[in-house]
Design a binder for this molecule. Structure first.
Ligand code: UDP
Length: 323
C-alpha cells in the first residue's frame, strides 16, 4: 500500500490515477487546495493534515504502507514572498513531522515533489542536476531545505528517497475527468484557456523585455501524465532497491516562450485571444529548460507528450468544466 500525501491536488490526483492500477492507494489530503472530486474512486481518502502526528500515527498503524509520495505543498511564488511563514510551516515543518513519523513506523521509502525553482536564476540554457541550487524566493528555498533534510536523513537514518524537480506541469488526464484547477489561478495555460472560453477578459503577458528571442519568458512544459509515469518508475526503483537516493529533473527539454504558448493555444482552440503586454512579474527567471537526461539514463523515462497535445488535453478538460 502506498500513502500519497496531497493526492487530491492537481499533480497528486494524476499520479493516483496511474498508481491505482498497480498498488493499493491511501490519500492524506486536507483539501486546502485539492478537491474531493479529483480523487480516484479506487483510492481511500483521509481528510487530514500532513503535520498532524496523531493522524499520521493512525495511518501507519492501520495500513501496511511501503512508501510515501509527498505532493502536498503550497506552491505560489508570489504568496511565498508575502507570507513566508506559511511556506516554511507547511512545506518544511510539516514535512519533517511526516518524515519523522514514517521513520518511527519503519517506513523508509519517500518520493518528494520538488521544483525547478530550486535552481534560482540559472546561467545555462539547459539545466541539469549538477547546476548549483540557489533559489530566489521562499517557495524555492522551502523545497531545497527539504531536499537537504532528505540527504541528512538518508545518511543518519537510512531513509531512501527520490526527489523529482518538476519544470512546468500542465495538461489534463486523457479522460478529461481530472485536470488543473487552482483558486486563484496563476498559471499561464489555464489562464489562457479560461480567457478563450470567455471566463476572463484578457491575457496579461508578464514582461516583454527578457533576453529571449521574443522578449517573453521561456519555460519547459511537461504533461502531468508524463510526470505521473516518472513517479511510478521512481517508486519501483526505490521498492526494488535499484535506487536508494536520487534527484532528477522532470521536463521535456524544450523551451517555449509565453508568446509561443499563446499562439499554440490559439491554433489548438481556433479562438483569437485579447492580449495585454504588462510589466514583469517579480521573481520570474527569463528561461527555465530542463535536461532530463539523468532520469532517462537511470530509469528509462522521457517525456512523450508535446505542447500541442498538452494544450489539447487541457482544453478538453476546461470545456468539460463549463457544464
Ligand atoms: N505568465 C504570464 N501571464 C499570466 C501567467 C503567467 O505572462 O497570466 C508567464 C509567467 O510570467 C511565466 C510563464 O508565464 O513567465 C509561466 O508562468 P506560470 O505561472 O504558469 O509558471 P511558473 O513558471 O511561474 O512556475
Amino acid at each position: 500500500m502506498i500513502l500519497v500525501v496531497g493526492g487530491a491536488g492537481y499533480i497528486g490526483s494524476h499520479l493516483v490515477k496511474e498508481l491505482v492500477n498497480i498498488e493499493e492507494v491511501i490519500i492524506l489530503d486536507n483539501l486546502s487546495t485539492g478537491f474531493r472530486s479529483l480523487v480516484d474512486s479506487k483510492a481511500i481518502l483521509i481528510e487530514g493534515d500532513l503535520g498532524d502526528e496523531a493522524v499520521l500515527n493512525d495511518i501507519f498503524l492501520k495500513y501496511p504502507i511501503k512508501a510515501v509520495m509527498h505532493f502536498a505543498a503550497n506552491s505560489l511564488v508570489g504568496e511565498s514572498v508575502q507570507d513566508p511563514y506559511k511556506y516554511y510551516e507547511n512545506n518544511v515543518a510539516s514535512t519533517i513531522t511526516l518524515l519523522n513519523t514514517m521513520l518511527k513506523h519503519d517506513v523508509k521509502n519517500f518520493i518528494f515533489s520538488s521544483t525547478a525553482a530550486t535552481y534560482g536564476i540559472p546561467n545555462v540554457d539547459i539545466i541539469d542536476e549538477e547546476q548549483p541550487t540557489n533559489p530566489i524566493n521562499p517557495y524555492g528555498r522551502s523545497k531545497l531545505m527539504v531536499e537537504q533534510i532528505l540527504g541528512d536523513f538518508a545518511h543518519a537514518y537510512g531513509l531512501h528517497y527520490v526527489v523529482l524537480r518538476y519544470f512546468n506541469a500542465a495538461g489534463a488526464h486523457e479522460s478529461a475527468e481530472i485536470g488543473e484547477s487552482h483558486d486563484p489561478e496563476t498559471h499561464l495555460i489555464p489562464i489562457i484557456l479560461q480567457h478563450l472560453l470567455g471566463q476572463r477578459e484578457k491575457i496579461s503577458v508578464f514582461g516583454t523585455d527578457y533576453d529571449t528571442q521574443d522578449g517573453t519568458c521561456i519555460r519547459d512544459y511537461i504533461h502531468v501524465t508524463d510526470l505521473a509515469k516518472a513517479h511510478i518508475l521512481a517508486l519501483q526503483a526505490l521498492l526494488s532497491g535499484k535506487k536508494n537516493t536520487a534527484i532528477y529533473n522532470l521536463g521535456n527539454g524544450k523551451g517555449f516562450s509565453v508568446k509561443d504558448v499563446i499562439d499554440t493555444c490559439e491554433k489548438v482552440t481556433g479562438v483569437k485571444p485579447n492580449i495585454e503586454y504588462a510589466d514583469r512579474r517579480p521573481g520570474d527567471p527569463a528561461r527555465l529548460v530542463a535536461s532530463a537526461k539523468k532520469i532517462y539514463e537511470d530509469l528509462g523515462w522521457k517525456a512523450a507528450i508535446d505542447l500541442d497535445e498538452i494544450i489539447e488535453s487541457a482544453w478538453k478538460w476546461h470545456k468539460s468544466q463549463m457544464n
